[in-house]
Design a protein around this ligand. Sequence first.
Ligand code: TLP
Length: 365
Amino acid sequence: MKAIDLRSDTVTLPTSEMREAMYRAELGDDVYGEDPTVNRLQEMAAERVGMEAALFVASGTMGNLVCLLTLCGRGDEVIMGHLAHSFLFEAGGSAALGGIHPHTVANQPDGTMRLEDIEAAIRPYNDHYPRSRLICLENTHNRCGGAVLTTQYTSAVCELAHAHGLSVHLDGARIFNAAIALGVDAKELVGDVDSVMFCLSKGLSCPVGSLVCGSTEFVRRARRNRKVLGGGMRQVGILAAAGIVALETMVDRLAEDHQNARLLAEGIAATPGLAIDLERVQTNMVIFGLADEVEMTPEGFVASLAQRGVKLNSIGGRRFRAVTHYGITTGDIEESIEALQRVMGERSAKAWGFGAVGNHGCQER
Ligand code: TLP
């Protein structure tokens, strides 16, 4: 049985065009700045987000860390949402390696932080306080179910930050999902931020890699911090080649992933025992939960689905995340909905004392 893997868009495999481009890539030593394929990808990336320059890094985690190290010094404070990926899932790297102090502000369900909350978090000068230096945004917002931040919101945060002498970093791991969902250019969503990181190895389907983008001066300093982290790679055009194909061929198709996520969300909404807020499904992620009355453990739910060939992640409490991506077809989504309905159907049957669905002469669906 082929597994339908909805755990993340990080599970995507490179396309045959990518593999071909990797095989044929023209290479050089990138630590000398001599890999033509990396240089081309970096130029394309900077252009795509409207920045002066870009730097290829190994991962989104490394990209965010390089940006934070470049924009903050030891003891400086970074303001970020309490559900930010950098806060929750990057092993505390900016604190561990950069001595950067995180100051969290509540994320609203739509992925934003209230402007007044951000402003209240910016510290006045005082010898006792850490120095507020940076605000981090995330678009799309992972833990808020792939929520999209608008151009207007990002501009308002930049205006506030810059008026107080702070910089803004955008974790745009999935910035192209946001751009496609809003029908705007990624440049617009990046706006006036000081740095942006986006990933090639999620919905864009590359095997490895992210880009850090900003001013020429920012990227010069970021390059040094990448070296500090051991991220100076050599003939890395072999990976950048896939990135070029991704930017050329994989951005517009993200719309398909969004349609599949919507279809899945509607299927979930129609399944008794599952709870979902359809309005929160904006891109390629679907966060949903087990309804309060359902007597099933989250582990039991994930395991029963896996037995039926559908993999997804439990994200704490009684909530789950399913992510659509390249390689997941509309047919796969229909099968996933059927699997969900069967798992929930079995649950009702057990609760009523009937055993598995399909017993007692009931026709199995
Ligand atoms: N997110 C992964 C996991 O780490 C949770 C996923 O499956 O969604 N920023 C955002 C918004 C991300 O979602 C991720 C990865 C990263 C940064 C880090 O990227 P990588 O995994 O390349 O280090």
